[in-house]
Design a protein around this ligand. Structure first.
Ligand SMILES: [Zn+2]
Length: 420
């Protein structure tokens, strides 16, 4: 139950191409003929790769499977079958925008296992799900191409997996046939055959959303929820308290035009752990949706506030649904809160004190909401999310918004006995 900035930040993207639709078969012979200005072989190869990538993207957007498969090695039945599933998955998800952009500064890597001319290229897939993503999101790929019979063909799509810039999880559309369930404000992606669970999660997501809006006064307009059976849908580093997180709100990243090595957050998606996908309900989703709603404010808010606010939204929703939250609250007020010396520290938050860290953080935020109100809590959050992660600065911001030092804040929480 945490917010993650999924890596790949150092993947450089320079010189975005104009990827307006370019249809038709791509043949090596279509490269400029030998005139005085014939480009060197490498430039010609790059131009061919770019052309094949354009064909793939436009084929997906236009729903033209034969055109898509025309770029794939005709001898490799397994790859063709996988690519056909990928095509079908992307069509089911429904894309508003799709481009594949070769990383121009990266030297192609020879892949002799596919033949002497085979090279892997770094490719950035910029994908925007229709009605869900506010902007295209970057997905890092490695595509291996060979030139055969005058044509450039895709021969493999995982030769660069696990290498620099490529995440250690896979996108749901790369994990076999899927089903996509669309409801207002949510798209749930599940494995083929799990439609009923997808429908259930879509209902739970819709039940969670109003609570998140009420607790945060902000929310992502629409969100993707991924609930795959395949463990590769989760990054092994998405941990909480030494065990895999039940779900994560993962940032959607896109390159910043001015500095292609930097990425900015353009939204979030929620990934549910495979073991939790049939149990996860509105409370877990409310927690993750809160992270998604707050993500655009910045990365730097202290973990107690990030997790405390998500817990607060979750517990508010639980209470509205008739759960008695006074029991866990009283237990925390009796046992964990009296032992508090300082606010929970970021570095050990997800460590061995995991269970109490979340509960204590809930109490801290509930206290702030009760005594100071949502507006002040939100203003404090916004300032802390933008500030450098520095204890002195954080203390200054506490004083600015709450007129409290950290010590006075902790002392006041010890006197708290539940919402008024
Ligand atoms: Zn969390």
């Amino acid at each position: 139950m945490l917010a993650v900035g999924a890596g790949a930040v150092a993947w450089s993207v320079v010189g975005r191409q104009d990827t307006s639709a370019a249809m038709g078969e791509v043949r090596a012979s279509s490269a400029p003929s030998a005139t005085a200005s014939a480009p060197p072989a490498e430039d010609r190869l790059h131009a061919q790769v770019d052309a094949v990538l354009k064909v793939r993207a436009s084929a997906v957007l236009a729903g033209k499977l034969p055109q898509f498969l025309a770029t794939v090695d005709p001898r490799n039945k397994k790859l063709r079958q996988q690519q056909q599933v990928l095509f079908g998955n992307l069509r089911k998800i429904g894309l508003r925008k799709l481009t594949y952009e070769r990383e121009p500064k990266w030297a192609p890597e020879p892949q002799p296992q596919h033949g002497p001319s085979a090279h892997a290229f770094r490719v950035q897939m910029m994908v925007q799900i229709a009605g869900i993503d506010p902007a295209p999101r970057a997905v890092q790929l490695g595509y291996t191409f060979v030139e055969r019979g005058g044509r450039l063909l895709l021969v493999d799509d995982d030769d660069l997996n696990g290498s620099y810039g490529r995440g250690t999880y896979l996108e749901p559309w790369d994990l076999g046939a899927i089903e996509a369930i669309r409801k207002p404000g949510v798209l749930v992606v599940v494995p083929a055959g799990e439609r009923a669970n997808g429908e259930r999660l879509a209902r739970e997501a819709r039940a969670a959303a109003p609570g998140v809006r009420a607790a945060t006064r902000r929310a992502q307009a629409a969100i993707l929820v991924i609930a795959m059976a395949d463990r590769r849908s989760m990054d092994p580093e998405w941990q909480s308290g030494g065990h895999p997180a039940a779900a994560v709100a993962a940032y959607n990243l896109a390159p910043i035009a001015e500095d292609p090595r930097d990425m900015k957050v353009v939204g979030s998606r929620v990934v549910i752990h495979p073991d939790q996908r049939k149990k996860a309900g509105r409370l877990l989703l409310a927690h993750e949706f809160t992270h998604a709603a707050m993500a655009p404010l910045g990365f730097s808010a202290p973990t107690w506030l990030v997790e405390g606010l998500a817990m607060y939204a979750e517990m508010q929703l639980a209470e509205q649904r008739g759960y008695d939250v006074s029991e866990p609250r009283d237990e925390l007020l009796d046992e964990a809160i009296p032992q508090l010396d300082v606010l929970p520290i970021d570095g050990v938050f997800h460590g061995e004190y995991d269970e109490d860290s979340y509960g204590v953080s809930w109490i801290l935020v509930e206290f702030l909401m009760d005594k100071y109100g949502q507006k002040k809590v939100n203003a404090l959050y916004a300032d802390l999310a933008q500030a450098p992660e520095d204890p002195t600065l954080r203390e200054q911001l506490l004083r600015k918004h709450l007129k409290l030092s950290e010590t006075a804040f902790v002392a006041a929480v010890k006197k708290y006995d539940g919402p008024s």
